[in-house]
Design a binder for this molecule. Sequence first.
Ligand SMILES: Nc1ncnc2c1ncn2[C@@H]1O[C@H](COP(=O)(O)OP(=O)(O)OP(=O)(O)O)[C@@H](O)[C@H]1O
Length: 655
Amino acid sequence: MDEELESVEEWIKKLNIKSTKDVQVPKILFDQVIGQDEAGEVVKKAAIQKRHVLLIGEPGTGKSMLAQSMVDFLPKEELEDILVFPNPEDSNRPKIKTLPAGKGKEVVRQYQIKAEREKKDRSRGVLFLIFSVVFLGLIISIVISNWTILFFAIIAAAILWMALAFNPAMRTERAMIPKLLVSHTPNDKPPFVDSTGAHSGALLGDVRHDPFQSGGLETPAHERVEAGNIHKAHKGVLFIDEINLLRPESQQALLTAMQEKKFPISGQSERSAGAMVQTEPVPCDFILVAAGNLDAIQGMHPALRSRIRGYGYEVYMNSVMDDTDENRRKLVQFIAQEVVKDKKIPHFDTGAIVEVIKEAQRRSGRKGKLTLRLRELGGLVRVAGDIAVSEKADIVTADHVIRAKRLSKPLEQQVADKSIEVKKQYKTFLTEGSAVGTVNGLAVVGANNGLSDFSGIVMPIVAEVTPAIQKGRGEVIATGKLGEIAKEAVQNVSAVFKKISGSSKDITNMDVHIQFVGTYEGVEGDSASVSIATAVISAMENIPVDQSVAMTGSLSVRGQVLPVGGVTAKVEAAIDAGLKKVIVPASNFGDIVLDHAHKDRIEIVPVTTIREVLENALVDCPAKTELLSKMGGPVAEGTKAVMPNKKARAGGNVA
Ligand SMILES: Nc1ncnc2c1ncn2[C@@H]1O[C@H](COP(=O)(O)OP(=O)(O)OP(=O)(O)O)[C@@H](O)[C@H]1O
């Protein structure tokens, strides 16, 4: 951490609070969104101007919160109820009517009252007719003294009753009642409809199947019409996360709906009786807020994207914010919000707040930053709260948060822990002694699964140099399911070891084999290039590598060590594996924020060149001295300048 940055423990004292109970939670959702000031401004503007928005960013950074908060800024327009009526001329083309909010229910009620009245009148008429037939039969029977007439009259009355009661023509009053598709009360806020993951029927509306279809038992077409989310969002906001997962036809239909501001409802399943029905166009004047991560743009229908670009805004969400007083205060507000929202967990005391802020520093993965992956941080808050509840504590303390961090390890970390146990048991990697061509590399898992708190893992890399199969055409062969970037990294690293060993060895007559041991998940990225170079140089020069050392770092073709991601997780993995020293790129040194369980347990060596890596990783011997002197004498000037003092090296950057 930067010297000028105050420790969180010192900082919290100035805040003058005892717990998150003393923190005011803003009433408006918009003010609860933390760290997304630019996105917030754009979204507000879009709401006022009724523009569509594309929110791109990492998961759990507040996209849906921002979309939801837009309804508070939408211009006060009359909300509308939408009704669907039967069409006497064409029963498969129901009619659509809009009415001011609240009026829809009234109209339906009026139709229902009318239908009930008509039904009563009809029942009375039928009863009168039946009674008359029976009465007439009785009179005639008495007059002619023949009771058979009465018997026939009763039978005739029964047939008449059945014919009238079940005659579809007599049930028309029910069939005339309109259906309320979308309803509001006059004081309702504009609607916010989350249509994430909805299939096309739920998004665009549908007409249900009718098993009877005819013969008097069928349900009238208009009664089977169901509003889609685009219609429910009329005069409000329609939010679709992971928009790229929506089928292209649905995206096309969505685009039409946005252009026309109305969209007819028809049966979505071709084989259903609902497919015969199509309503008149149904109003759907909504603001679309589409969201997703960067990949979402690729999966978006180009015309839909262009519509948003042309009639709206595109925003990239922040995934970290600066570690400043103001932003720390916002995080305290966030914890208070999460506690209030959860309703079951107690408030956090200042010690617990400190731990959460430190975790936000750690998860940012960068020096002087705080993470904005707040859904995941909220998860930590809830787990800590649950631990406190299970222990009947009336406040969450630092101890609860520390235990929650251990409990809420991501799956990837749990798998990594298990695999380290196995690797250690079978000695897939060593933690002491020395070995030629063998390096403890470090990698992260989980980064591709959208997790912010990557999990580290020790990734042993071994190298062997053999005479070339084709003389004069030595090859570099790397195995371990390498991704594209990892393959390129191997090529780039070749330049470094060719240069270092080239003058003493005829590299064209050697095949260099590089193996990533036990990497069944595959290797992505170039953060192993420093480890590859060390393993190969050790193998070429026959100089053993200290096995208590782990390393990570990307390497330029000129031998400079460049920064990598997930450095905290990697250092933690080295500590958990029982290693003594970890070599990291100097530019990443400030990013390392170790938690309580890892504090002061390893020597962290920041480096800027491959020469320094070798200096720290290779076992002292005459061959090493010769190699280093060949590489350019003492440590370079720039390196000395960034090397932190001994104390920092031993403890790492502990928050
Ligand atoms: N910027 C933020 N400010 C405050 N709370 C946040 C923020 N971002 C996320 N959260 C918390 O995380 C929860 C989920 O956030 P939200 O659904 O808005 O994320 P998202 O970006 O839409 O994620 P996804 O793309 O995965 O759906 C919120 O309910 C809130 O508790």
